[in-house]
Design a binder for this molecule. Structure first.
Ligand SMILES: N[C@@H](CCC(=O)N[C@@H](CS)C(=O)NCC(=O)O)C(=O)O
Length: 211
């Protein structure tokens, strides 16, 4: 199995999960900031042009954070990465979907790749401008973490009492907060600290050259 990844990307969450599962995997680094995902040979093997991207031992590939995370959770059940109780499981999915689909794809994306949100036609190009798009993204990041802070009240992990796949989605967003000058609210900051104390996260951060 091979995990395609890039520095400072959400791929670290999948890396953490593979570590938690005890999976054997290779890695291939892409210069994501330099747009390597948009060039050959990667573009042909993953037309979505994104990392994380998993190529499994049978040669088939998998994209999308939730799908990859769920596959890891179901393939290594002994790691206990998917909550058993219905309420814990749906709360976990609620946070994971929000982190991936809103906090990352809407809020952080506006800051990290503001030009993706800039109107492409000349008529509208005079509109917001990159700095306004980034400012809007920063406000969305603040609001997003505030919402998650309320949801995490009284919870150790996003799925209740045990670590699960959803925690890694929140973790990769938490890791980006200092870069966009957003302070994590208390429950989210405590979650980030708990994540950083996990051996799997330490190993992944070390691999990424950040520990
Ligand atoms: N929907 C994808 C999003 C993945 C994604 O946005 N990856 C970013 C890095 S964090 C990326 O590869 N960006 C490259 C680009 O947009 O050119 C998922 O859930 O895995």
């Amino acid at each position: 199995m091979k995990l395609y990844w890039g520095r400072h990307t959400c791929a670290i969450g999948i890396h953490v999960l593979l570590e938690e599962a005890g999976a054997t995997f290779e890695t291939e680094e892409l210069d994501v900031a330099g747009d390597a995902t948009k060039r050959e040979p990667f573009k042909s093997i993953n037309p979505k042009e994104k990392v994380p991207f998993l190529v499994r031992d049978d040669g088939s590939s998998l994209t999308e954070y939730g799908a990859m995370a769920t596959w890891i959770g179901l393939t290594w059940p002994q790691a206990g990465l998917i909550p058993e109780a219905v309420e814990d499981r749906v709360r976990m999915i609620e946070v994971m979907d929000y982190a991936v689909g809103t906090l990352h794809a809407q809020a952080f994306h506006r800051i990290l790749r503001a030009s993706d949100f800039e109107p492409k036609d000349l008529l509208h190009k005079t509109g917001l401008g990159l700095s306004s798009i980034k400012a809007e993204g920063t406000e969305m990041v603040r609001q997003g973490f505030a919402i998650l802070d309320r949801e995490l009240q009284g919870r150790t992990w996003v799925g209740g009492p045990r670590f699960s796949i959803g925690d890694t989605a929140l973790f990769y967003c938490e890791r980006w907060a200092p870069d966009v000058d957003v302070a994590l609210p208390p429950n989210v900051a405590a979650h980030f600290d708990r994540m950083k104390a996990r051996p799997s996260v330490r190993r992944a951060l070390q691999f990424y050259g950040e520990a």
